[in-house]
Design a protein around this ligand. Structure first.
Ligand SMILES: Nc1ncnc2c1ncn2[C@@H]1O[C@H](COP(=O)(O)OP(=O)(O)OP(=O)(O)O)[C@@H](O)[C@H]1O
Length: 488
């Protein structure tokens, strides 16, 4: 675990603020070149390594700050980067973070638009000074952490903590109105001991959200133990959850075994599919929630546990309570902080966001760089019902990025079940091509048609920067219009 990943929440908050104030994108790498925070498109790449041969990797090696105003012309610094040809960055400033003369990270400012590049050109000196101060602040935070550890306030290394499992709220993608609302609530309760109940269909991100609450909360240095109550046979679940005393039953270990609650001591236990917990075990679970003690199987001596419980289910617990399949008292004890994740088909407007996110992620992971989907594929992905929700959409994109032989994914790269999907024609989806209604509506329809024509034309190959140039609008205006017409 690198030092930077320990203060990742702090760093991401900082990156978000810088991006907002300066109007530029920000990315921060740790000493191994792993992106620990990012804004804009770089947010999708948090946790992934920066490409070999890239400008920021060079700064990590040399420990020297640098500026590039034209990635493609200034070949000396980006020449070895595999993604040079597809790179959309117009200007970049990178600044090293030095701690005791060692380079422990890099902060980067990136401009994708001509006006951002202009700003960087005009204020390069000020921006460098700003990055110098930012770097000093990060180092200050690292030294503070070091001091805390020296004094034994936070002896993280000695605890069974797996940083690879950490998830941050910034990694949860979703629109402002839906998922972000849930995240806002989750942030309020991240440090609380109160039980959280996450509801949602399979693949909507329940476990991811639970991990983020744990990773960003005050128990982050302690274990996060996930138990899938539906996957463990009823006969084993009791000893799995609560442990057993030596000699409790035939074949048990002589020295006994701690259960998941004990293993999660000081941390969080995630009870996935809690609706599947058998009625016979429900009173015992209720007792843990109320008294914070567990009774190992075969023991009469309760063990005190300090555990935060996050439970999740896709089941309709209220109906189960009515039908007597789930205890009412346990239901109320679990449902203290309810959080609900909507299925993807009920928030189709978010689909382009996820497509963009996973294209970025798998483009980088599979070393294919920047990849886009064409309009036909986009319509299909938006029109599908996604019974497996975000997990299924992610798998579909991973498949397509693997299949793609070009930087634009076409219908031929779709998984079979999507290629066979019958979709209404685009004109039907938008309410018919006949120009009628108010002038504003007609102009909007005309604008949508023009954008579609440009994106369908092989001449531009779906390249947004070139299309924006041709239409003489900025790239951000183009993105706004595409979003308005739901074309991305
Ligand atoms: N908001 C999100 N942003 C980005 N990726 C997400 C999001 N939600 C889910 N995912 C992706 O979908 C996958 C499935 O998420 P997760 O396992 O948390 O779902 P779940 O609701 O717990 O599913 P199940 O009920 O089947 O266990 C994750 O691995 C993650 O890659």
């Amino acid at each position: 675990m690198t030092e930077f990943s320990r203060i990742r929440t702090f760093i991401q908050g900082y990156a978000d603020n810088i991006a907002e104030v300066l109007g530029l994108d920000v990315t921060i790498l740790d000493e191994q070149g792993i992106r620990v925070s990012g804004t804009g498109d770089y947010r999708d790449l948090i946790g992934l390594p920066a490409p070999e041969g890239s400008f920021f990797r060079m700064i990590l090696q040399t420990g020297q700050p640098g500026i590039i105003y034209d990635m493609k012309k200034n070949e000396s610094q980006c020449m070895n980067c595999k993604f040079l040809l597809q790179c959309r960055e117009l200007a970049t400033i990178g600044f090293p973070v030095h701690k005791r003369e060692k380079t422990v990270g890099v902060i980067g400012l990136i401009g994708f638009l001509p006006e951002q590049k202009e700003k960087m050109l005009q204020h390069s000196e000020k921006l460098m000074t700003f990055l110098h101060h930012t770097s000093a602040l990060i180092v200050h935070k690292l030294l503070e952490l070091e001091e805390e550890r020296r004094q034994g306030c936070n002896i993280q290394e000695e605890l069974p903590y797996d940083p690879a499992q950490a998830v941050y709220f910034a990694q949860l993608i979703g629109a402002e109105t839906g998922l972000q609302e849930v995240i806002r609530k989750a942030k309020k309760v991240k440090d609380s001991l109160s039980t959280v109940l996450i509801r949602g269909e399979s693949g909507t991100g329940k476990e991811l959200l639970a991990r983020a609450i744990h990773s960003e909360g005050n128990r982050a240095a302690h274990p996060f133990i996930a138990v899938n109550c539906a996957a463990i046979p009823e006969t084993l679940l009791e000893s799995e959850l609560f442990g057993y005393e030596g000699g409790a039953f035939t074949g048990s270990r002589r020295e006994g075994k701690p259960g998941k609650f004990e293993l999660a001591h000081k941390g969080t236990i995630f009870l996935d599919e809690v609706g599947d917990i058998p009625l016979s075990l429900q009173p015992k679970l209720l007792r843990v929630l109320q008294e914070r003690t567990v009774d190992r199987v075969g023991s009469v001596k309760p063990v005190a546990v300090d555990v935060r419980v996050i439970a999740a289910t896709h089941r309709d617990l209220e109906s189960m309570v009515r039908e007597g399949a789930f205890r009412e008292d346990l239901y109320y004890r679990l449902n203290v902080i309810p959080l609900r994740l909507q299925p993807l088909r009920e928030r189709r407007a978010d689909i382009p966001l996820y497509i963009h996110h996973f294209l970025n992620k798998y483009g980088a992971l599979l070393q294919k760089g920047r990849i886009e989907v064409d309009l036909d594929v986009m319509e299909r992905l938006k029109g599908y019902d996604w019974p497996g929700n975000i997990r299924q959409l992610e798998n579909a994109i991973e498949y397509m990025v693997n299949m793609a032989e070009d930087t634009v994914i076409g219908a031929g790269d779709l998984p079979e079940y999507l290629a066979q999907l019958e979709l209404p024609a685009v004109s039907e989806q938008t309410g018919g091509e006949a120009a009628s209604g108010s002038l504003e509506d007609m102009v909007a329809m005309y604008e949508r048609d023009i954008l579609q024509q440009y994106f369908r034309s092989p001449k531009w190959g779906g390249d947004k920067t070139r299309i924006a140039e041709e239409l003489q609008i900025s790239l951000s205006t183009l993105y706004r219009k595409l979003e308005k017409h739901r074309l991305i």
